[in-house]
Design a protein around this ligand. Structure first.
Ligand code: PMP
Length: 451
């Protein structure tokens, strides 16, 4: 019998009971301290225990805890939406925001918006969403349909509508063996989209992708040419470009949004996680003016909604988090090239490369992954059954360091990694945690060598 009343993620794992958190640290009920090197699941960006955020939420809950979007808008929601549009930049001028309780709801919304846009603009046949093979866009059935993460979707496949998935450029394991060089290689991967569109025979409505592939492959950024090439193919063929920035948005990669690294403006931008930094359940769909106008001039309504759209307490949290990000210049601090935290963090991570089991250290800003290999020269992964990244995470946890392990493919041949995405605070603690992580990797690889 389970000892928990909460349905657990794993019935075999013993979960510590969290009691409180501050900055980059969480304490359990036994008083043990954990350094949050993964931002929980790439959520915590501004650090826990921010009194201004907490006060803003409490005041909002006391004044107006809830209204339903079929009856009211609210001052805090309108205010926050305007701030988010401003933060998203000039490409979203005249646009609008739809707020949700998290990433999956936001992805669902984006997919439906894309479909509605096509119908309203006279393309009722366009109903296919093209996505990518090792993508993760959420756990609801629509988001799973466009996800490529096999382990998370396998048993639900009979329940989801299959869409076409194209390859993700993954430089460490490039399918073209890097013979082409980054530009040609990036174009070649983008050409997959062209082929998928041809295949769809005029039925493609949108393309969705994570600017930096997060949960499945682990912080994989594409060659610089890739996203501009994808954007121009979408434009040429009448597809909306949906950027899933649930992991990468709101400063995480050292830019407001990761697409800013390549100056690409998507038609729809999806956010979650860092937008609320863990203070409240929150996601957002940031919609460009072109899409908003199509709906306004078309049916004049949004055929979609959740009870908790734009929940006032979440709006207050998001607004205070964003104000803090701006005031403390946390986006700049997270930048891995020049940022006060991002740069030192990345440099410390690269020191892990001296450990044999570390195949690749990659990422941008405060979103990184360490991929493990049994053999550096051939890049051969550890056998999947060994769950090496899980072993590293367990050894790190023993040392009070939180990481996010993931096997990029079920057969374990690629992408066995841990994701590291700390908040942009307490640099000393983060560096201490990276040092402890090195010990954890050594312990796991010694164990693996003996097994
Ligand atoms: N999109 C991406 C890129 C994600 O990483 C995630 C969560 N890991 C989601 C969507 C789903 O977000 P949520 O878990 O908040 O529903």
């Amino acid at each position: 019998m389970s000892s928990h009343a909460i349905l657990p993620r794993s019935f075999t794992k013993q979960y510590p009971v969290a009691a409180r958190a501050h900055g980059a640290r969480i304490w359990d009920t036994q008083g043990r301290e954990y350094i949050d090197l993964s931002g929980s699941a790439v959520v915590n960006f501004i650090g826990f225990g921010n009194d201004t955020v907490v006060q803003a939420m409490a005041e909002q809950a006391s004044r107006l805890p809830f209204v339903h979007s079929s009856q009211f808008t609210s001052e805090i929601a309108e205010h926050f939406a305007a701030e988010v549009l401003d933060f998203a930049g000039p490409a979203f001028e005249g646009g609008a925001v739809f707020f949700t309780c998290g990433g999956s709801e936001a992805v669902e919304t984006a997919l439906k918006l894309a479909r509605q846009f096509q119908v309203e603009t006279g393309h009722p046949d366009r109903c296919e969403i093209i996505s990518r093979q090792q993508a993760y866009h959420g756990s609801t059935l629509g988001a799973l349909a466009v996800s490529g993460n096999l382990s998370r979707r396998e048993i639900y496949l009979p329940m989801v509508r299959e869409f076409e998935h194209i390859r993700i450029p993954y430089c460490y394991r490039c399918e073209f063996s890097c013979e082409l060089g980054c530009d040609d290689c990036g174009r070649k991967y983008a050409d997959d989209l062209r082929h998928a569109i041809e295949h769809s025979a005029g039925r493609a409505a949108a393309f969705i992708g994570e600017p930096i592939s997060g949960a499945t492959l682990g912080a994989v950024a594409p060659p610089p040419i890739y996203w501009p090439a994808i954007a121009s193919i979408c434009k040429e063929h009448g597809l909306l470009l949906i950027a899933d920035e649930v992991m990468t948005g709101f400063g995480r990669t050292g830019r407001n949004f990761a697409m800013d690294h390549w100056n690409v403006a998507p038609d729809i931008l999806v956010a979650g996680k860092g937008i609320g930094s863990g203070y409240a359940p929150l996601g957002a769909v940031i919609v460009s003016a072109r899409v908003v106008d199509a709906l306004r001039k078309g049916s004049g309504m949004l055929i979609h909604g959740f009870t908790y759209n734009a929940h006032p307490v979440s709006m207050a949290a998001g607004s205070a988090v964003l104000a803090h990000i701006r005031e403390m210049e946390l986006v700049q601090a997270a930048d891995s090239e020049h940022g006060s935290i991002g740069q030192a963090f990345m440099q410390a991570l690269h020191l892990l490369e001296e450990i044999e089991a570390v195949g690749d250290v990659r990422g941008l800003g405060l979103l990184h992954a360490v991929e493990f290999v049994r053999d550096r020269a051939t890049r051969e992964a550890y056998p999947a059954a060994l769950k090496f990244s899980g072993k590293v995470a367990a050894a790190a946890l023993k040392r009070g360091v939180l990481t996010y392990p993931m096997q990029g493919s079920i057969d374990g041949t690629r992408g066995d990694h841990i994701l590291l995405a700390p908040p942009a605070v307490e640099l000393d603690r983060l560096l201490e945690a990276v040092h402890l992580l090195g010990d954890a990797i050594r312990e796991a690889s010694d164990q693996a060598a003996r097994s």
